[in-house]
Design a binder for this molecule. Structure first.
Ligand SMILES: [Zn+2]
Length: 138
C-alpha cells in the first residue's frame, strides 16, 4: 500500500504550541518568554537551497509590581532562506494582536493565518529569483 506523508495542520500546530506553553508554566526549564517556530512550508530556490515558511508563536511575560504578572501570546509568521550567501535571507517577523495567555486558543491561533499567507508569498517570490546554494562543506 502506498503511504503519502501529509503535512501536519498548521492551525493544530499553533494550538499545540500554546497549550504546551500553558501546561509547562512554572516548570524548571521552561522559559516564559520566547518564540516557538512551526514549519509551515518549504520551497526550493533556483539554486537548490530551501526557503522555509514559519508560523511563529511569541510568548511574553511582564512583571507588574503589586499585581499579577501579565502573560501574553501573539501568533505570526516569517520566511527564511537557507541559501549560503543569500543577500536577503529572511522576511521580517510579523505578529498579530497580543492576547492574554488565557484567551481563547482557537481565536489566538486563527490570527496567524494572514501572516503565514504573506510569508508564503514572500517565500515563493524569493525562491523564484534566489540563486544561493545550500552550504554543503564541513
Ligand atoms: Zn535566498
Amino acid at each position: 500500500m502506498r503511504y503519502i506523508n501529509t503535512a501536519p495542520d498548521l492551525f493544530d500546530a499553533v494550538v499545540d504550541s500554546i497549550r504546551h506553553h500553558r501546561s509547562n508554566l512554572g516548570e524548571r526549564y521552561h522559559s516564559e518568554r520566547g518564540t516557538d517556530r512551526v514549519t509551515a512550508g518549504q520551497l526550493t530556490n533556483v539554486g537548490g537551497a530551501t526557503v522555509e515558511v514559519l508560523a511563529l508563536v511569541k510568548f511574553e511575560k511582564k512583571v507588574r509590581y503589586g499585581q499579577d504578572d501579565e502573560r501574553t501570546v501573539q501568533a505570526g509568521a516569517s520566511a527564511k532562506c537557507h541559501g549560503w550567501g543569500c543577500a536577503e535571507p529572511g522576511s521580517d517577523e510579523s505578529f498579530g494582536t497580543a492576547f492574554d495567555l488565557d484567551a481563547d486558543t482557537y481565536e489566538i491561533a486563527a490570527t496567524a493565518e494572514p501572516f503565514v499567507q504573506a510569508a508564503r508569498e514572500w517565500a515563493q517570490a524569493h525562491a523564484e529569483k534566489c540563486r544561493a546554494q545550500s552550504y554543503t562543506g564541513r
